[in-house]
Design a binder for this molecule. Sequence first.
Ligand code: HEC
Ligand code: HEC
Ligand code: HEC
Ligand code: HEC
Length: 233
Amino acid sequence: MKYARILGLVLVVLTASLSFAARAPKSAVFNSAHDFKTQYNGASYTLCNFCHVAHKFGSAPTGPSYLLWNHTLSSVANYGVYTSDSMVNQPVDLGTSSNANLITSNLCLSCHDGTVAINSWYEAQSNASYQPIAQGTDFMPSDTTVRDLTKQHPINFVYPDATSAANIGMRVAGSTSSIDGAGNVPLFNGTMQCDTCHDPHAGPSSGAHLFFRTFPSTPEQTTTGSFCVYCHL
Ligand code: HEC
Ligand code: HEC
Ligand code: HEC
Ligand code: HEC
């Protein structure tokens, strides 16, 4: 009886927590597939340093400044793009975009295209001289390599404007920085990127699977059980 009441309460809380979206806390990266501090036994390193670094020391710091990025970027120039007659705005090849260093999908592909080692960084980590971690030895397993973007969900294209979105039965974006207008399903300068669907910090502790974002729940999703219909109405 008591347990049934507690279970009931838990279910209410769970249902409530599914009915609104929230960003995963950054700490959820701990113990996820993106927790390289644990994977490389980097006791004196911070969890975040493997991707971001607070300072790049020296007179000519290397690597992009954007998001204080610290993982060596890939030099692949051509990933290809998804194309079709029905796309409103065609994608642009990530490698050849003039602002390639500012495109968040390139941050993902710095590991996920399989050409740069996962443990390859611009700035040595703090205390590295006391506890060096080998650089440039581990590559992405081939079954998680994302290389040919002609056969993946399109990214790096401008999300259709309100009129076009309505015409093709898509959710109208709330702003140029997110589809829901509250930052939970982000756009980057109005474009869709890998991290529109995935949040690289959303590990299992935040309840996420495959680093998926928490999409605001809608009746369509509840009925179909698919997050695709959050955008494709
Ligand atoms: C596996 C690589 C990786 C690790 C580890 C990582 N991040 Fe990130 N972070 C990214 C990427 C990629 C982006 C850009 C995508 C985005 O904006 O969600 C990003 C974006 C951010 C942003 C700006 C966008 C936002 O969501 O607020 C902040 C702040 C941030 N990270 C903080 C952190 C902190 C703090 C940690 C450590 C607890 C951390 N990150 C660990 C990859 C990583
Ligand atoms: C965050 C929003 C969003 C989500 C979630 C999403 N898509 Fe898309 N998708 C888009 C946008 C925007 C386009 C570009 C539509 C256009 O311009 O015609 C697109 C394009 C496509 C296309 C190509 C359409 C064409 O005209 O060639 C297919 C197919 C597709 N999505 C399927 C899916 C599937 C399947 C899922 C779930 C696994 C999914 N999408 C999830 C936003 C989304
Ligand atoms: C510093 C390297 C690095 C960066 C940057 C990075 N990843 Fe990963 N990611 C990995 C590794 C390593 C794995 C584990 C692969 C495996 O074991 O199969 C992984 C796993 C994943 C998985 C599968 C998780 C699972 O539970 O199986 C997804 C999805 C993913 N990453 C998406 C992204 C996206 C999207 C971005 C950018 C927003 C990104 N990653 C940035 C290294 C990285
Ligand atoms: C429209 C939403 C969407 C976008 C955009 C998207 N993904 Fe995914 N991703 C998914 C879905 C759905 C899955 C799980 C089903 C599957 O494997 O197709 C997935 C799975 C993955 C996995 C895990 C594969 C595995 O088998 O473990 C990785 C890694 C990944 N995505 C990386 C990326 C990267 C890198 C990008 C940008 C180039 C990206 N994703 C863009 C929806 C998306």
